[in-house]
Design a protein around this ligand. Structure first.
Ligand code: ADP
Ligand code: MG
Length: 229
């Protein structure tokens, strides 16, 4: 298996490292995400799960360590390069869907394609994904007319629209009931298998975490593998 993303000896904290109120969060963490991996991260609130995802998605840089995506150290890219890298290679899903209320479902899904140079196939791809996730008849509706589960599935389509190598999902089922949560995870796993996208997901649910192929626990600044199937 090829390694897609490698976090190498990452340390990260908040505040001035030389001052007394510096708060260490991640302590010398390493993680390899292989192509095709579906990884869950569990851990107590405040343990640094979102911090870890932000680093993996190039939204933040570590205090120490390297982050290597397909052989390139993304902590050394310029601002423009990192923005281009992120929009092409990373899809984000959050607890809240963050769809724009004034746009229809398909308009929301197409937003990330606007800055991309060659986006001629975007609409076809959007329609294809929308059909696959069961939202075909809703594509011209605005988010307020959709259920929470439908909005979150639209957010998955939006995250996949630029055909990323890595999906980062930060408690994506946190606002859903159990049935919709299971449905969303099954959708993510189907996309993982079919579209060859790797997934790194934070969840509080052990049941949902165990549907992924690897589960890690983050605690006291350390990341440990607790299940590998
Ligand atoms: P989790 O997602 O596991 O709940 P976070 O990564 O959000 O944890 O936060 C880890 C710790 O870092 C928490 O104590 C939080 O208060 C702190 N923290 C997170 N983001 C910031 C920030 N931008 N500035 C200062 N402290 C932060
Ligand atoms: Mg968090």
């Amino acid at each position: 298996m090829n390694v897609l993303l490698k976090l190498e000896n990452i340390s990260k904290g908040y505040g001035d490292a030389r001052s007394a109120n510096y708060q260490p969060v991640l302590n010398n963490i390493s993680l390899e995400i292989e192509e095709g991996d579906a990884i869950a991260i569990m851990g107590p609130s405040g343990s640094g799960k979102t911090t870890l995802l932000n680093l993996a998605g190039s939204l933040d840089i570590p205090d120490e360590g390297k982050i290597i995506y397909k052989g390139t150290d993304i902590t050394n890219l310029s601002k423009d390069e990192v923005a281009r890298f992120r929009s092409k290679e990373i899809g984000f899903i959050f607890q809240m869907h963050h769809l724009l209320p004034q746009c229809t479902l398909i308009e929301n899904v197409l937003l990330p394609t606007l800055p991309v140079k060659d986006n001629r196939d975007a609409r076809k791809r959007a329609e294809n994904l929308i059909e696959r996730v069961g939202l075909w008849e809703h594509q011209h509706k605005k988010p307020q007319l959709l259920s929470g589960g439908e909005c979150q599935r639209a957010a998955v389509v939006r995250a996949m629209i630029n055909n990323p190598g890595l999906l980062l999902a930060d408690e994506p089922t946190g606002a859903l009931d159990h049935e919709n949560a299971v449905h969303l995870i099954e959708l993510l796993m189907e996309i993982n298998r079919t579209d060859k996208v790797s997934i790194l997901m934070v969840t509080h649910s052990e049941e949902l975490a165990l549907k992924m192929n690897k589960v890690f626990r983050l605690k006291d600044g350390e990341l440990n593998l607790i299940s590998n199937s």
